[in-house]
Design a protein around this ligand. Sequence first.
Ligand SMILES: Cc1cc2nc3c(=O)[nH]c(=O)nc-3n(C[C@H](O)[C@H](O)[C@H](O)COP(=O)(O)OP(=O)(O)OC[C@H]3O[C@@H](n4cnc5c(N)ncnc54)[C@H](O)[C@@H]3O)c2cc1C
Ligand code: SF4
Ligand code: SF4
Length: 447
Amino acid sequence: MIMTEVTNKYDTLVIGGGISGQEAALNLAEMNYNVLLVEKDLSIGGKMIQLSKVFPTLDCAACITTPKMSETARHHNITLKLYTEIEKIDKQADGSFDITLTEKPRYVDASLCTGCQECEFVCPQIINDHYNYDMVGRKAIYIPFNLANPKIAAIDIDNCISCMRCVKVCAPKAIDFKQMPKTYMVNARSIVLSTGFKLFPATGKPDYNAATLPNVIDALQMDRVIAPTRPYNNVVRPGDGKAPENIAYVLCAGSRDSSIENKPCGADCMNNPICSQICCMYSIKQAQLLMGALPLADITIYYMDIRAFGKGYEEFYNQSKGMGVNFIKGKVAKITANPNGSGDLIIRYEDVHSGTYKEAKHDLVVLSVGVIPDKSTPQLFGNVNLELDDFNFVKQTDPLISPTLTSIPGVFVAGMASGPKDIPDSILSAGCAAAEVASYLQVAAEA
Ligand SMILES: Cc1cc2nc3c(=O)[nH]c(=O)nc-3n(C[C@H](O)[C@H](O)[C@H](O)COP(=O)(O)OP(=O)(O)OC[C@H]3O[C@@H](n4cnc5c(N)ncnc54)[C@H](O)[C@@H]3O)c2cc1C
Ligand code: SF4
Ligand code: SF4
């Protein structure tokens, strides 16, 4: 049975449909709990669906995650609400939560759309495709990405010129310009926060000049460039489309760094003293993939320390050295344009081994940007206070013994919402959150 209607009462509300939210929802659904999964984007998938391959096995990220996305979208105990914002959560006297949700209009009837894309083909409006880091265009009516689940179109109303070409070609008559935002009130006995993370903005280190140098990109953009669902068939640098021959990675760009505050670079620019845990490994992964895609290219990784902490990670690091990736222990101080106008870049760095400042030329620089918290998560709660930790991630009140407990009884945290984690650790924490929820619901039922 596929349950699509929103009922009023749920055992658990899971907020965020990334890999952690899907795992927590599926675990609870398999235990026969009735789960509402709310995702603010048009598809579930989170950051993982954007990735190329995953360290240390180099399995295709989409191949691993799409079966889980399908299972989540189709499970009879999971109700999925996409493109939906949580307005407010209030705790009730009986310990349950009243939740106000607003579902934004897609202007396409989800129950009729077949995902055929005929509307996309005829729509004349082309805008930047944010899923692909604006490297290619998309139409005003669009399927969010080719592996989206569910595969349903939506209209970007701000860029629609109301030409009605899509309406004419849509055989099931799914397009509905009369849709309005819908607000629901639901009740849940427990909550899993799996709201994930944000990336430190590439422009957050003004000395790296990412705002003005098009050939300074961030690592998620590179993951898109080398993904099987990539925007182009070749690896090219954004500035001029040249195939790069000498690529640099700058590790700890916005991690382990307390020199950022008060620089004029926006709300997400903050001191970030912690290690983001994933950047060393995703950079080594990308270096290996690039050596396959560009066999003649030189790849240099500038690092402070290499933190290859997981099972098989040290071997993966050593393998990249064996493949010819050049590792330089040195903190990068500045990135500037090569004055010859070639679009190439000059990296100025401190070579720790010789104790000297050096310069090196590269034609593409990838900033291995860090993980930062979404500080807005506590604002979801009305009459109860969700505490954050010293680094603004959701506070784990008992991090050693019960790492998914939060400051609110009945609210649990999974995945990156409580701090940096790779995919295996995010999945582990989601499984742990589901087990804690089940035991909480059991105890509450017996009380
Ligand atoms: C460049 C890069 C490469 C990586 N490569 C690897 C790798 O090779 N191997 C590996 O193990 N890990 C890798 N990672 C790490 C991996 O991406 C994370 O471990 C994983 O995505 C964490 O999943 P999550 O579900 O906790 O968070 P996310 O993926 O961030 O998902 C959170 C979800 O919650 C939704 N959401 C947020 N707030 C709300 C709200 N208020 N209401 C509703 N929905 C909300 C978001 O839209 C999103 O869908 C990489 C990360 C990056 C940046
Ligand atoms: S809106 Fe209509 S034309 Fe567009 S994908 Fe859906 S069914 Fe196809
Ligand atoms: S009505 Fe809007 S979405 Fe439809 S084809 Fe025209 S511009 Fe595109």
